[in-house]
Design a binder for this molecule. Structure first.
Ligand code: ADP
Ligand code: MG
Length: 264
């Protein structure tokens, strides 16, 4: 066994995964023993951090990639550049603040929630994303499904829980209770982002119980930023179609065809 094989074997025995497979560059750049050891240890830490980041990405279950850079703050009057920067800084997660995004469909609520989620995962936070419907399913099945049980276990460890589309589908009394119990459990331990098409006054109807809705909102809004997104749907304004716009093409042809009297 040569030296490199020995190092790989020792690395493996010690659980130093990077050292166990590291390819050593044998060149003339002479570095001291200390420098060499520091380099090996730093690489090991980098390797572990990257593996942990990839594990956090998988566990977060973010459905698509959205970033702060892609968000057109000029389009959405419900948030300004300065507030967007503050959200992006993520210090509010350390302060255990919640974020509630309310507004009609297509106004960028999920975009912001996903941009926060993505940034948070990359910055080392543990995140979990679920739609309300999905979360209720997990809560209802965690005693009989191993998959749901492991998700609940992860949610309890998370720094940030994102619950998307609260209010789109009706919830039963039992489901509302399960949701309330989860929020109570996470209260003052985990930051929560909620996106909803319903204002707070619609929550009693949504949960079918005004006392429960009040108690839930009391916990959620204790340390919380509420953003109301209004205006037009970004989806509708920036709607993309398969076919060329015939009308526009005709317009262009007419304008540039001297034989056609456009009456302009
Ligand atoms: P909501 O969750 O409010 O229904 P989404 O966040 O899903 O809306 O937004 C719908 C689509 O429009 C997404 O593809 C999103 O990236 C895009 N979008 C919405 N608002 C903006 C914005 N201000 N800048 C850039 N893209 C936006
Ligand atoms: Mg949405």
């Amino acid at each position: 066994m040569n030296y490199i094989e020995q190092i790989h074997k020792l690395g493996k025995n010690l659980g130093l995964s990077n050292l166990a497979i590291k390819e050593f560059e044998l060149n003339d750049n002479v570095i001291s023993n200390e420098e060499f050891l520091i380099k090996c240890l730093e690489e090991e830490i980098g390797y572990r951090e990257e593996k942990a980041r990839l594990r956090r990405i998988t566990a977060a279950c973010l459905p698509t990639f959205k970033s702060f850079e892609e968000f057109d703050v000029g389009f959405q009057k419900g948030i300004n550049e300065r507030q967007l920067k503050q959200l992006e800084a993520l210090t509010w997660i350390d302060g255990l603040y919640n974020l509630i995004l309310i507004g009609p469909p297509g106004t960028g609520k999920t975009h912001i929630a996903l941009a926060v989620g993505n940034k948070a995962v990359n910055m080392g936070y543990k995140v979990f994303f679920a739609t309300m419907d999905n979360l209720i399913h997990i809560l209802k099945t965690h005693e009989i499904s191993r998959k749901s049980a492991s998700k609940i276990k992860w949610i309890k460890q998370c720094d940030l829980l994102i619950i998307d589309e609260v209010g789109y589908l009706p919830v039963s009394k039992i489901e509302a209770n399960l949701f309330f119990q989860l929020i109570t459990l996470l209260y003052e331990n985990t930051s929560i982002i909620i996106t909803s098409n319903k204002g707070f006054d619609g929550w009693a109807d949504l949960l079918g119980d005004s006392v429960l809705a009040t108690a839930l909102l009391d916990r959620l809004t204790h340390k919380c930023q509420v953003l109301s997104f209004a205006d037009e749907s970004y989806r509708l304004v920036h709607r993309k179609e398969i076919f060329d716009k015939e009308k526009d093409n005709n317009k262009t042809t007419k304008k540039h065809d001297p034989d056609i009297d456009t009456g302009e």
